[in-house]
Design a binder for this molecule. Structure first.
Ligand code: HAM
Length: 440
């Protein structure tokens, strides 16, 4: 027997499941529009090269790639950001800045099967390009919080962990590491929570030799920082001078602006300074952030940050950028868990309840006109008793039932039943559409 099962990590959406996904998409779109972002899309299949260089090692090992019939090395998209950077770069001069774009689409990653991670998932991306200062980061982080609260979640359900790759560079360089070492060390910090301590220590020693031990302590202390004053203080003990001292001061000012802006907007209780977040993707450059459920039961709900060099690397001009991605999988799980996922299915406005073959002619004519007038209408294909048809009307979620009985039709009228309170009224068939409009 052939295997007709879905592939691991791919989902089917029966109508109840589809309705849930649609709910998520609707709120994603509504909120992004509310913040003045414009929707775009790109190709699902790209040249392999695009992701190999730009997304980083972890994603590279998860690519759904193959050689197409023309001999091209191609890959399904694991993420949107490289495509977005290329698209913006190609038309940079013609685009009004700041560029505020969002996109919804399926992404593909050959991930290990685990809770919250699939091989095909929908992802929302929201990005601002062309603005270097913290105002863009503030706008995006507030949008992320607003989006999650628009689903009915509160600060008791989720929070945003804020971090900064620039601060890590300043810190690790002050400890005597060069740029290549810092990049390698951040790769380890990214896995700090997941790897056993011995493995981490060993990896650090592999990079800095004997200094591995003290580096572990220094990183551990940095990760434990949870406030801006504490961040300031940890640098006091280090010899940061000259140009580095200026960069440090400017960066601390950026942090004050970021936290101050978000606090002004009323988001303080959603935020946590947490330097353990460094983000695994290769292109991040400054502030980075991730949204998590408070209880720590789920994987990240969303993640993003600054990627100020990617547009240029993709062949475009120098253009600062910041954005985030949010998947539908973990979000859907959290919404269900917190009772924030409405149980709805697609419904109809009107169900036509038809007495018999004779009455069907009049009903079909009216169904046609109502649909043309924009109402959703359903009816039974075969003759059935009234009881069955009313049951079907309820199951379809109809708000009104229009009843075609022989006596009424002789008088040129139909009965309309309001399905929620069962009240009924007679209306002339010639005024059916107006009656439906006033009752809906
Ligand atoms: P990411 O952290 O790889 O970032 O993904 C962002 C979100 O997509 C995750 O927090 C998670 O909700 C969802 N996600 C990722 N992989 C999976 C998976 N296998 N199954 C289910 N959900 C998943 C990015 O993709 C960046 N391109 C985001 C970005 C946009 N940065 C700047 N702009």
């Amino acid at each position: 027997m052939a295997n007709f099962k879905t592939l691991p990590g791919f989902r089917e959406f029966y109508p109840e499941d589809y309705a849930k996904r649609k709910h998520i998409f609707q709120i994603w779109r509504q909120v992004a529009r509310r913040f003045g972002f414009q929707e775009f899309d790109g190709p699902v299949l790209e040249s392999l090269e695009l992701f190999k260089a730009k997304s980083g090692d972890e994603i590279e090992s998860q690519l759904f790639c193959f050689t197409d019939k023309g001999g091209r090395e191609v890959s399904l998209r694991p993420e949107m950001t490289p495509t977005l950077a290329r698209m913006v770069g190609a038309k940079a001069n013609a685009l009004k800045r700041p560029i505020k774009w969002f996109c919804l689409g399926d992404n593909f990653r050959y991930e290990k099967q685990q809770r919250g991670r699939l091989r095909c998932f929908s992802q929302l991306n929201v990005d601002i390009l062309g603005e270097a200062g913290p105002s863009a980061d503030i706008e995006l982080i507030s949008l992320l919080i607003d989006m999650l609260t628009s689903f009915g979640l509160t600060h008791e359900d989720f929070y945003i962990r804020l971090s900064d790759r620039n601060m890590w560079f300043l810190y690790l360089e002050a400890l005597g590491n060069d740029e290549a070492q810092v990049t390698q060390i951040l790769g380890i910090v990214d896995k700090w929570e997941r790897l056993p301590e011995d493995a981490v220590r060993e990896k650090l020693t592999g990079i800095v030799g004997d200094k591995g031990r003290s580096l572990w302590e220094a990183i551990d202390a940095f990760i434990k920082i949870d406030s801006l004053p504490a961040l300031r203080k940890i640098f006091d003990g280090l010899n940061v001078e000259g140009e580095s001292a200026e960069r440090l001061q400017a960066r601390l000012d950026d942090w004050s602006a970021l936290l101050g802006g978000l606090e002004l907007m009323g988001y303080k209780e959603f935020l946590q300074l947490d330097l353990s977040i460094v983000r695994g993707l290769a292109y991040y450059t400054g502030f980075v952030f991730e949204a998590f459920d408070r209880k720590g039961e789920f994987r990240a709900l969303a993640g993003g940050g600054r990627y100020d060099t990617l547009v240029k690397k993709m062949g475009g001009p120098d253009m600062p950028a910041v954005g985030f991605g949010m998947g539908d999988v973990v979000l859907g799980e959290l919404l269900a868990d917190r009772g924030c996922m409405p149980q709805f299915v697609d419904t109809v406005d009107v169900y036509a309840v038809i007495g018999g073959e004779e009455e069907r002619k009049a009903a079909l004519a009216d169904i046609g006109s109502l649909r043309q007038a924009g109402y959703s209408v359903d009816y039974a294909f075969k003759n059935q008793n009234f009881g069955k048809q009313f049951k079907a009307a309820s199951a379809a979620g109809a708000r009104l039932a229009v009843i075609y009985g022989s006596e009424e039709l002789e008088k040129g009228v139909v009965k309309i039943r309001n399905m929620s309170d069962r009240s009924e009224e007679e209306v002339p068939r010639s005024h059916l559409a107006e009656a439906v409009r006033s009752l809906l």
